[in-house]
Design a protein around this ligand. Structure first.
Ligand code: NAP
Length: 325
């Protein structure tokens, strides 16, 4: 099969391209960075250097493809905290669908997300609802699988600074914790050992490795699908307390805890760190929907077979990153 992969050599796209090449398919990988050409070719794939911002480039690259895998690169909020994720998702998904129509592609695998079934109440994840809607407007003879992976293990890297006590929440929350955890001040001020967010503690939720997503995407690419399909992908279901235990053991802090703070505290802490109100509100609402289970409702009605990569495996990578930073 001739397969086009977007997302360059990213978390999902690299293992995906590798597997498809090994299975004998003709694979082109789109990257916006000419310096990636050699690495892409070393995998046995063709490099299509250009941008998903460029519909003419996408149309030309998609021409003659049996299947295209379309993903939205993560938004660069650090460069532009006021970026409108919903408008960007609409714009980029429209670029893809224009190219799909013009190139006559009949099979699409779209990387969406948990929470994409909700128009509201899912905070930042609403942009995935919008992207799915744009893809669904393609003619009915275009078969589409919307992949809805759950939270990526790598999101947990974001807590490294908080665990070390260097994170944005630390100075603000530190005062509250000093009162709340009076007996544990040693941990807070000395050894640290806390993850904090407005979801955590006993909240149970699924997590996923990009390697398991890539395997599921590869299956969808090679299996025929009629019309439309949604597929959730997950590797392991765990409480935040269990996660803290596994990561804590991996980094030599077996006392690591994951405490829940209120939505109000989360919102204030984000704003204090300089995050604009609209983004802070979106992040807080997304986390709140993990705490109250709203974004997992559809997932738990359609639980997939869990993937192979468990958190204990990821914890090794977490430990390497923790010790590097
Ligand atoms: N984090 C989560 O928990 C979670 C959960 C569910 C879904 N998701 C979704 O998963 C997606 C991220 O997947 P991922 O981690 O595999 O992505 P990733 O590793 O961040 O890879 C994205 C790659 O896209 C390329 N790219 C960026 N801008 C481009 C452009 N204009 N034109 C062409 N290529 C461009 C970049 O490579 P080059 O520099 O080589 O171009 C980049 O490395 C997002 O849509 C996210 O919302 C995430």
């Amino acid at each position: 099969m001739k397969i086009i992969i977007t997302g360059s050599l990213g978390n999902v796209s690299k293992p995906l391209a590798t597997e498809l090449v090994q299975n004998g398919h003709t694979v082109s990988v789109i990257s916006s960075n000419p310096a990636k050409q050699k690495e892409i070719e070393a995998l046995g794939a063709e490099a299509a250097i250009g941008s998903i911002e460029d519909v003419a480039f996408l149309t030309q690259t998609f021409a003659g493809a049996d299947v295209v895998y379309c993903m939205l690169p993560p938004f660069k909020f650090r460069e532009d905290p006021n970026l409108d994720a919903r408008a960007e998702a609409f714009r980029l998904a429209t670029n893809y669908t224009q190219a799909i129509r013009q190139a006559g592609v009949k099979r699409v695998v779209h990387l969406s997300s948990i929470g994409a079934h909700l128009e509201k109440g899912n905070g930042l994840l609403a942009f995935h609802f919008i992207a799915e809607k744009v893809f669904r407007a393609l003619p009915s003879d275009v078969a589409i699988t919307h992949m809805r992976p759950v939270g990526f293990y790598y999101n947990l890297f974001d807590f490294i600074e908080t665990i070390k006590g260097e994170g944005f929440l630390d100075s603000f929350i530190g005062k509250i914790l000093t009162i709340k955890y009076y007996g544990l001040v040693g941990f807070i001020q000395g050894k640290r050992g806390l993850i904090m967010s407005n979801y955590g503690a006993g909240d149970k939720m699924p997590w996923v490795s990009p390697v398991d997503i890539a395997a599921a995407v590869a299956e969808e690419i090679t299996n025929p699908v009629k019309n439309r399909k949604v597929r959730y992908v997950a590797s392991e279901d765990l409480t935040c307390r269990e996660i803290a235990g596994i990561l804590g053991n991996a980094i030599g802090k077996p006392y690591l805890k994951w405490e829940t703070i209120s939505d109000k505290q989360m919102l204030s802490a984000l704003q204090q760190y300089g995050v604009p109100f609209s983004l802070a509100k979106d992040i807080t609402e997304m986390n709140a929907s993990m705490h109250n289970g709203l974004i997992f409702e559809d997932y738990y009605k359609n639980v997939p077979t869990l993937g192979k990569v468990k958190l204990k495996e990821f914890a090794k990578e977490f430990s390497i990153n923790y010790n590097k930073k």
